[in-house]
Ligand binder design. Sequence first.
Ligand SMILES: CC(C)(COP(=O)(O)OP(=O)(O)OC[C@H]1O[C@@H](n2cnc3c(N)ncnc32)[C@H](O)[C@@H]1OP(=O)(O)O)[C@@H](O)C(=O)NCCC(=O)NCCS
Length: 258
Amino acid sequence: MPDPDIRIEELTSLEDLRQCVEIQRATWGWKDEDLLPLRTLLLLNKIGGLVLGAVDRDGRVIGFINAFPGFREGRVYLHSQMLGVLMDFRRKGIGRALKLAQRTEAIRRGIQRIEWTFDPLEIHNAHFNLEGLGTLCRRYVADAYGPSTSSLHGRLPTDRLVAEWHLASRRVRSRVEGGLHRAENRLPVTSTVVHLPADIADIRVRDPARAASIQQDFKQQVTDLFGRGYCVDGFQSASPAGEVGYRLVPFQPQVLAT
Ligand SMILES: CC(C)(COP(=O)(O)OP(=O)(O)OC[C@H]1O[C@@H](n2cnc3c(N)ncnc32)[C@H](O)[C@@H]1OP(=O)(O)O)[C@@H](O)C(=O)NCCC(=O)NCCS
């Protein structure tokens, strides 16, 4: 953790978990019906889920991440649901530290995989997930959560990409542990890029109809490529032409190798 006054710890007390509910309100602006309630947060700790918090010197929780235990392809995995850091503490490495602590704890439990969904139009999250953490995506879920009451999601359908974090893969280790050169992990394959305007966040606010059309177009291109065996394996930051891009390559099982 870059800030020595902030520590990452497992949250189990009622008071700490209550603060997680408040962080949900502050971060996503959800109505009560969309909040993950205290009782479920408490339960998570008892059934193999995980709630980790970033806690400051005064014992205040300033960010948290939670995960449910899941079962996929014959194995237990964690489904990570929310990662939120209070506005005043963002861009200091806390979100990344929470994610890395989640990975460490999963590996300690013998778990190889964590998944979560993210909005592909949220390009900072996309960059973080794909380039910063080394996830890959093979699934697109249209309107995953139905209409959202979050001010972050606007009025668009809640379309999501599913990020797969194969915790012990070389690909992930090269991103989060260092030591391996990134290029070693890139397989020599034909890639294709699906572009989005870099100012999609502004378009969402200024021109929701155009944002909806961009979302629809993105969905069509990506689901078509998924259907042809491609996966998302990288994210290109804004080009001089004002576009960002999702990089897709044919999925090869070796990419999951440890
Ligand atoms: C996403 C979130 C948890 C990141 O927390 P944070 O403490 O600011 O994250 P960090 O400082 O560790 O940065 C993590 C990454 O996010 C990127 N990032 C986050 N917000 C960014 C922004 N506004 N502009 C540019 N990059 C941003 C950082 O560059 C970094 O990526 P990198 O490691 O690839 O360089 C925080 O912005 C947040 O709570 N957002 C609202 C809720 C949300 O969208 N949660 C994620 C989906 S559930």
